[in-house]
Design a protein around this ligand. Structure first.
Ligand code: PLP
Length: 479
């Protein structure tokens, strides 16, 4: 028996829930064989999931026998496409246990497009308020620009720099209580730290009169989101993050009542009942139709039904259990990694344990003298080892700034110092932050992550033991 076999047996006995979901190992062998055949260690599931080959076969079988036209007509090929699109809509609602009377499904290109639809349509005005947790994706932060342009106030809930969790939101919700309307945004799972912010905040904020935007893009791939239990008003999701194929399709799941209160800033093909050039008027459609601009991605939408069925059959709970076991194992092992002088090799950002967090681990490598190894170097060496990770700030500047301890004054001063005659020099900005880390490394687990991936990753990290930071080139920033 090799060391690896022995480790695996020990792992299985520590995490029986992983052992109980070993059908996912068979799935990986059958449907994802290309990954191991090509020697890939894939640890960027929060960037995008890998897809099972089955989804390609199923979709190709449909496309090669169906005759599908643009769903905006009433002819037979159009009606065939409409029926598949509506089936996908119903499948999305069923997957998230959303009552069709309560929720509507707006198909978009991705989660960011869903967020933009919301941002540009939310009835922000001088009496409105936008409250958001600092730990959000840029595509959520961007909504503040729509809010401000219409005179609304914007407030952030800060993070604890150590745990990267947010405090009790009640005082912040209270501060905006007299505003109308008001929107509160938080991610169900951070794409930076993996922190899972409490879903109980949804009902709490609604009690204060807020509409709630729950970003589930990083959460939905490995956690059950049950919209029979929690009732956020708006939920953006990208399907490629859930099952890998197809890209280019996302959704804004929205409570029908909240969707009706949004105000579209324009109209487009597909969103109107009537437009007149002579009378210069238009009458919008209702529900999702008012938001699906132009032609939906009707050839790809049937693949969403297949992907959701695949996840259902595989079992989100099983995927979740495996990811939770692997994260617990990795966190424990990473914190035990040492240089020969006994100093730790890894600086973790966010929670040190697997409680209330998902399959995302953000960290930097530190040298035997406690100096940071440039994350670009870590990524470059990972690339050589065919390990796919991500580095930088992962489009989550808030969690980046809190964990890397950049202050507002520092950032403003460095932006000013790096700006000359209207041009911004990102390298000068990074240099200005001096010794502080300007980004981190992220490993994220998902659908078919397994013990071998975790072991290979740990073996890779160990190669940095006893190496000095000054031996590496440095540069880089949060993006
Ligand atoms: C939490 C979160 N929200 C939103 C997004 C944006 O998703 P997309 O790039 O598919 O629009 C991401 C992407 O990583 C994410 O992790």
């Amino acid at each position: 028996m090799s060391v690896q076999d022995h480790d695996y047996d020990a792992f299985l006995s520590t995490y029986p829930e992983y052992a109980a979901a070993q059908h996912i190992d068979e799935l990986r062998a059958q449907e994802f064989a290309r990954v191991d055949d090509q020697g890939h260690i894939y640890l960027d599931y929060t960037g995008g999931s890998l897809y099972p080959e089955r989804l390609l076969r199923e979709h190709m079988a449909l496309l090669s026998q169906a005759v599908l036209g643009n769903p905006h007509s009433q002819n037979p090929t159009s009606l065939a496409a409409t029926s598949l699109v509506e089936q996908a809509r119903a499948d999305v609602l069923a997957f998230f246990n959303a009552d069709p009377e309560e929720y509507d499904v707006v198909f978009t290109a991705n989660a960011s497009a869903a967020l933009k639809l919301l941002g540009e349509s939310y009835p922000f005005g001088p009496r409105a308020h936008f409250l958001l947790v600092a730990d959000n994706h840029n595509s959520v932060h961007g909504i503040r620009e729509f809010a401000r342009s219409k005179g609304a106030s914007v407030a952030y809930i800060p993070l604890d720099p150590d745990s990267l969790r947010a405090p009790d939101p009640r005082p912040y919700l209270e501060q905006g209580a007299s505003a109308q309307p008001k929107l509160f945004a938080f991610p169900a799972q951070s794409n930076f730290s993996g922190v899972q912010h409490p879903l109980a905040w949804v009902e709490l904020a609604r009690e204060y009169g807020y509409d709630v935007l729950l970003d589930a893009a990083a959460f939905a791939p490995t956690n059950r989101l049950d919209l029979g239990l929690v009732h956020p008003d708006f939920i953006p999701i990208s399907f490629y993050k859930m099952f890998g194929y197809p890209t280019g399709v996302g959704v804004l799941l929205a409570r029908r009542e909240a969707l009706e209160r949004l105000q579209r800033p324009w109209f487009a093909g597909g969103t109107v009942q009537l437009v007149s050039t002579k009378a210069d008027l238009y009458i919008l459609s209702h529900g999702h139709e008012a938001f699906e601009e132009g032609t939906v991605n009707y050839l790809s939408l049937p693949a969403i039904s297949n992907g959701l069925r695949f996840l259902q059959e595989t079992g989100v709970e099983h995927i979740h259990a495996r990811v939770a076991a692997l994260v617990d194992y990795l966190l424990t092992m990473m914190q035990n990694l040492r240089h020969s002088n006994g100093e730790p090799l890894i600086q973790l950002y966010g929670p040190r344990d697997a409680e209330r967090r998902g399959g995302v681990i953000a960290f930097n490598i530190v040298d035997p003298n406690g100096r940071l190894v440039p994350y670009q170097q870590v990524e470059a060496e990972a690339n050589e080892a065919r390990i796919s990770i991500r580095s930088g700030c992962f489009c989550n500047p808030g969690a980046g700034e809190y964990s890397l301890t950049h202050t507002a004054d520092e950032i403003r001063a460095c932006v000013e110092g790096a700006s000359r005659e209207g041009a911004f020099d990102i390298d000068a900005f990074r240099a200005c932050l001096g010794e502080k880390a300007t980004g981190a490394v992220r490993a994220s687990l998902g659908l078919v992550s397994n013990f071998s991936d975790a072991r290979a990753f740990l073996d890779f990290l160990i190669t940095f033991a006893d190496r000095k930071a000054e031996d590496f080139p440095s540069s880089g920033g949060c993006n």
